[in-house]
Write a protein that binds this ligand. Sequence first.
Ligand code: HGA
Length: 609
Amino acid sequence: MCGIVGAIADRNVVPVLIEGLKRLEYRGYDSAGIAVVDGQDVRRVRRTGRVAEMEGAAAGEGFRSSLGIGHTRWATHGGVTEANAHPHISHGVALVHNGIIENHEEQRERLRALGYEFESQTDTEVIAHLIHHHLKQGTDLLQALQRVVKELTGAYALAVVSRKEPERLVCARMGCPLLVGLGEGENFVASDVSAIIQATRRVIFLEEGDTAEVARDRVRVFDADDQPVQREEHVSDVSLASLELGPYRHFMQKEIHEQPRALGDTLEAVIDAAGFEPSLFGAGAEDVLQQVEGIQILACGTSYYAGSVARYWIESISGLPCSVEIASEYRYRTVVANPKHLVVTISQSGETLDTMEALKYAKSLGHAHTLSICNVPESAIPRASRLVFYTRAGAEIGVASTKAFTTQLAGLFLLAATLAKLNGRLDAEQEAGYIEALRHLPGSVQHALNLEPQIASWAERFAPKQHALFLGRGVHYPIALEGALKLKEISYIHAEAYPAGELKHGPLALVDADMPVVVIAPNDGLLEKVKSNMQEVRARGGELFVFTDQDSNFGESEGVHVIRTPRHVGVLSPIVHTIPVQLLAYHTALARGTDVDKPRNLAKSVTVE
Ligand code: HGA
């Protein structure tokens, strides 16, 4: 969602802010802005659209300063206009905000009564005025911020500068990520380490309720009671190469092609150990996993589909009951919890607000056994979980998730196998067989990637369509869902997915010659059933685009196009069959000329409700 960066240094920080915003742009790209303290003044430049436009304007106006803040916006309150773009300013106080202030209307009324006028429709502007209001009562900037955050309900990461205090910036965090970067004689704040990695790798992750003062040569952090606290320093291992496009045209393309490496890295420990050890999930995992009597998975979007695949694996391999629920639904319903079940949250960023809130709710219902599957070390959800499995996909920049999904699947498979082993349902031979299959997985994924030219030629035929249907059965049904989601996210073609057996209960009515039907049909136990469902489509004139593997016994015929992945890879087949649907979406979007990495209305890391 929105991205925040701030810096204080001896040098001109404007290039640091601009570069940071470019790296954060994947989080939100409605508008961008920076504010710098310049002598006795705060200067600001904001533009709707991309950071590059705002950069040009800042250069044109000769922006230079050793203290400043910047923001990329993904609008929640108020349209995409320059007036709503951040930073917001009140009487020389400039601030950027990620999150939603739920009591903004009440605060707006209060501030109006105090004589403040509003220039934007955002919830954010109230914070700038509230800080100014407290400054007028004689506080300094840090105290003002500490008072204001106690008057806010909702979620925020904030960075604030004032023309009256040119020697520091102050910041606060509740419900949205924010970290402080530690340099030599210069310091930074950012919502994501990628924004400041060119300047420093040493970071402090702020905790919920923290505020901080960031000066050139000192950083002071305060807890929710305004007491000074020490927060641990970390050295980020995010690689610069993972943040660069390299020879690729889009990050999504790069990330699709990185999957053999990402899976290899994610599986390295288990393959080296040649067995499924509970310690994969953190210290004390054996104790926890041995006690659990079932699994409750909570996630959103693509991660929810990863969880949906895992349900098939967990129930069939480990014999434990497993349910999967969309986190934003779970958090608001009356749940009958079983504290003997393990709550598994899945989130690429580890900051997905709905997933975090669902986890908190589950804990409040007595769930002490919690595990998070996450791609970003030290992010909020793993820190709030008892156990964690980190996927090692590397930074995922493309808004449409690809390598995060397949590595989540790998992690979830390890969980299913580990639970099976602890429950005495995995003998040595089966274990060795799974390990062997995992060892070959990166190679199988590479073979699927080699199908790109054939898939690109299909994409030409999808590009003019308005709708598409995706079908799968069993463990491949969630892959159909993921394929439909990818296609709609980046090509804006309306796509729906159904379990193929459901076709005749409704969606078959949609099928005609204009409705391409994608089928995920590997040679598993349901192939014959899927083939009958395909006949139902053909009988209504529908055109079939089938992804299958070498072992299936059907071929092309009129209206039936087939692309074969190499040999059937057994239980890991959903991972391999994800690749063709990713490539189909990517090439269809290319053919339609959409903005693949920054699809309209979307953003990465969903840190608002
Ligand atoms: N509510 C603010 C910030 C939005 C945000 O955090 N998006 O991720 C706004 O609408 O400007």
